[in-house]
Design a protein around this ligand. Structure first.
Ligand code: AMP
Length: 125
């Protein structure tokens, strides 16, 4: 079910539960501000989700409310994870779905990181 990205943050969303350690994840990276883990239903040979630990519903919410340090730190970590995983060559794709038309289903900001094969068209037919 797509979510409404304008609603307040829901502490019961699945990524909030992962952050609290209530449900497991297959962790790729963690620091004070960011957690990255493998997507449970990968859509490419490599499919990692990178999330800030702050309570942000979506990219819209994060870009509006997070401070510059949080935003810069998050973007740098996404790049660092891709480098450390060896994805820069031959390349990778980042995606952040927002709201219904974006196909967002989990109301906690996450950036999808896809890699591992030529990824084809950006938007499905
Ligand atoms: P989106 O449609 O952009 O909101 O993407 C949500 C993503 O979260 C999907 O790719 C799901 O496969 C993934 N997902 C849902 N639950 C989990 C979970 N428990 N662990 C890892 N990934 C999950």
């Amino acid at each position: 079910m797509p979510i409404d990205p304008t609603l307040p943050y829901d502490d019961n969303n699945i990524f909030a539960k992962i952050l609290r350690g209530e449900i497991p994840c297959n962790k790729v990276y963690e620091d004070d501000a960011v957690l990255a883990f493998h997507d449970i239903a990968p859509q490419a040979p490599a499919h990692i989700l990178v999330i800030p630990k702050g309570r942000y519903v979506s990219w819209d919410d994060f870009s509006a409310r997070a401070n510059d340090t949080e935003i810069a730190g998050f973007i740098r970590i996404v790049g660092k994870i891709a480098r450390e995983q060896g994805y820069v060559q031959p390349g990778y794709r980042l995606l952040a779905n927002v709201g219904a038309d974006g196909g967002q289903e989990v109301p906690h900001l996450h950036v999808h990181l896809f890699a591992g094969k030529p990824l084809g068209r950006m938007i499905a037919e």
